[in-house]
Ligand binder design. Structure first.
Ligand code: SAH
Length: 387
């Protein structure tokens, strides 16, 4: 994927840069035992087609790269990236191991089990039975992993889509899932979790995690915008600006240095996974981003956090630029014009997020914004598409 971004020494800010130190999400310490691995970039992109291809007889070593294209979660690489994301995986482990009382003698449904890691945590924490549902070929590996670790009597791996499988029990006490995509909602696996919740969760059952929030902030990003967007204006002397238009529309998933942040962060939307409907994942949210210094704004940046509020101690993690990096990085939405903003001035507007009608795994984003400043007066609407 993209190389790391610039350091603050390269920033062209109008004020002195703050010292670069990554702060941690205040909820829970996520790296007690595992060393700081896998915080760097990976070139593995999550693919939007999550489940197995039509020809499910294609297995393991016989697969071609085309098969993997249609079935990215069947390859171990994407699971390696997720497992090595210690912020992610350790948070789930802490939630489960430090709240055994939630799991003792309970029936758990793991929605999209992958390698089965969350099911194994739950089984170890004393769950009565865990149903691990996974639609990709990785289900076969999960089955072997469960057996190799002596949990065959506690964990049942079911290979298939949540929407299509027959669960051997009428109800479950807990639904656990790691469903979050880039920009929280890309891939739209949230609908699968809500489907499982409505079909099988007992009335006082719990969903883990049970809260997810999306945030927006604004950054200075001159150098990277030049490299990713303006690049197309002159490619070896040729005008390729038709591609610039496309690149502007595609949000960029990349890490942002916290020193690039120019404004406050605005909470756009909180979703209560225990109560929401799938329609709640489409919304329009207002924002007001107030400049904390004189600077240029090249892009707005979205990120999310999730939390597990039913725990003894509030637990969760953030994917924001001030927190330790995760494989979700941040989502950068470049603005058509460079905004020059003075401290105290603000960019106000709204963000509309909807599922794409043709491909519900894609996310359409409409950004409306206005700045009435001393140096810049602007009012614009821009469209983006995560795909
Ligand atoms: N729980 C694992 C994997 C998370 S990735 C972990 O935490 O490491 C999400 C997984 O959900 C992928 O393996 C994907 O194949 C699976 N998945 C996505 N949609 C699904 C569906 N509708 N039914 C079953 N599995 C699904």
């Amino acid at each position: 994927m993209d190389p790391g971004r610039k350091t603050d020494a390269q920033n062209s800010t109008m004020t002195d840069a703050m010292p670069a130190s990554k702060t941690r999400f205040e909820f829970e310490d996520a790296d007690e035992t595992i060393e700081e691995a896998a915080t760097g970039s990976s070139n593995l992109e999550e693919d939007s087609a999550m489940c197995e291809p039509e020809d499910s007889s294609i297995v393991g070593a016989d697969k071609t790269s085309a098969d993997y294209y249609f079935d990215s979660y069947s390859h171990f690489g994407i699971h390696e990236e997720m497992l090595k994301d210690v912020v992610r995986t350790k948070t789930y482990q802490n939630v489960i191991y430090k709240n055994k009382f939630l799991f003792k003698d309970k029936i758990v449904l793991d929605v999209g089990a992958g390698t089965g890691i969350l099911s194994l945590f739950c089984a170890k924490a004393g769950a009565k039975h865990v149903y691990a549902v996974e639609c990709s070929q990785m289900a076969d590996m999960a089955q072997e992993i469960v057996k190799a670790n002596g949990f065959s009597s506690v964990i049942t791996v079911l290979k298939g889509k949540i929407e299509e499988i027959n669960l051997p029990v009428p109800q479950v006490d807990i639904i656990i899932s790691e469903w979050m995509g880039y920009f929280l909602l890309y891939e739209n696996m949230l609908n699968t979790v809500l489907y499982a919740r409505d079909k099988w969760l007992v009335s006082n059952g719990i969903v883990l995690p049970d809260n997810a929030s999306l945030y927006l902030t604004a950054i200075e990003d001159a150098e990277y915008k030049e490299d990713k967007i303006e690049f197309w204006n002159n490619v070896y002397g040729f005008d390729m600006s038709c591609i610039r238009k496309q690149s502007m529309m595609e949000p960029l998933v990349d890490t942002v240095d916290q020193n690039q942040i120019v404004t406050n962060s605005q909470l756009l939307k909180t979703m209560n996974i225990s109560k929401m409907t799938s329609g709640d994942a489409s919304f329009t949210a207002p924002f007001k981003l107030i400049a904390q210094r004189d600077d240029y704004i090249h892009a707005l940046v979205a990120y999310f956090d999730v939390s597990f509020s039913v725990c003894h101690k509030m637990t969760g993690f953030s994917t924001g630029p001030k927190s330790r990096n995760t494989h979700w990085k941040q989502t950068v939405l470049y603005l058509e014009d460079v905004l020059t903003i003075c401290q105290g001035e603000f960019v106000a507007g709204s963000m509309t997020v909807t599922q794409n009608k043709k491909n519900p795994r894609d996310v359409d984003i409409t950004l409306k914004y206005t700045l009435n400043g001393r140096r810049t007066t602007i009012s614009r609407t821009q469209q983006y598409k995560m795909r």
